[in-house]
Design a protein around this ligand. Structure first.
Ligand code: HEC
Length: 210
């Protein structure tokens, strides 16, 4: 009986401790960390929501595409939930863009562009608090190194002029090129409709055949 009581007390103590831990905001509302203007390279983003892969292969761009070559793009889960609900990018949104080389150009399925090696990583973040002066409060980062073989552990935001102009002028939604991300097109303010299960049309934003 005595031991049982002891066990019970220690369980209660663990419970109280767990409550204390969960009461303090250990889970940040944002999926990134910026200290002294440096964005720590986000990890774990391959478990976020994958939104699409534009490809600008070098061999269609005189051997030197501005952003070689496949671009796998991901959005953090909280911002995806907000996007599904409202069709807007919340303050605190982060999108990661992983650069992957063209590996093979032929497979048993036919000729094409198949993904090779990881060659770089970029990010864009919308934050009024961190970037009050940037257009739309979006800032742009790169962790790529010139030899495309490794990644930096942190990055400073580019000056707005280096990145923002294209995004401001040509992106379909709030500086983001949603026109090239079928997952974001389908999910825009459509709730669960856009998640791949319920919709009857193949692509709500661009009906098949158009
Ligand atoms: C020449 C125009 C242009 C410039 C300059 C540009 N981008 Fe982009 N960016 C695009 C286009 C187009 C896409 C979507 C299609 C693609 O990936 O090719 C894109 C997509 C992105 C994405 C994925 C999320 C999104 O907003 O769609 C990130 C992250 C990104 N760019 C980072 C950068 C960074 C960092 C810079 C500055 C070093 C930069 N971009 C400069 C045209 C540009």
């Amino acid at each position: 009986m005595k031991t049982m009581k002891k066990t019970f007390t220690s369980i209660a103590a663990v419970g109280a401790l767990a409550q204390l831990i969960t009461a303090t905001p250990v889970v940040a509302a944002e999926s990134f960390s910026i200290k002294d203007g440096e964005l720590a390279r986000p990890t774990g983003y391959r478990e976020w929501i994958y939104v699409g892969t534009p490809v600008t292969p070098n061999d269609l761009n005189n051997g030197k595409a501005a952003f070689p070559e496949h671009h796998n793009v991901y959005i953090d889960p909280k911002s995806w939930a907000h996007w599904k609900k409202t069709g807007e990018f919340r303050d605190g949104t982060i999108l990661m863009k992983e650069l992957v080389s063209v590996g093979s150009k032929a497979a048993v399925s036919g000729n094409g562009y198949f993904q090779g090696d990881y060659i770089g990583l970029e990010a864009t973040i919308k934050s009024k608090q961190h970037f009050p002066k940037e257009p739309g409060h979006w800032a742009y980062f790169s962790f790529s190194t010139p030899d495309h073989k490794s990644l930096t552990t942190s990055a400073k935001a580019f000056p707005a002029a280096s990145c923002n102009a294209c995004h401001a002028g040509a992106a379909a939604d709030d500086f983001v090129f949603t026109q090239y991300y079928p997952v974001l097109r389908a999910g825009k303010a459509t709730g669960e409709e856009g998640t791949g299960g319920k919709q009857s049309k193949l692509s709500p934003a661009q009906p098949a055949g158009k």
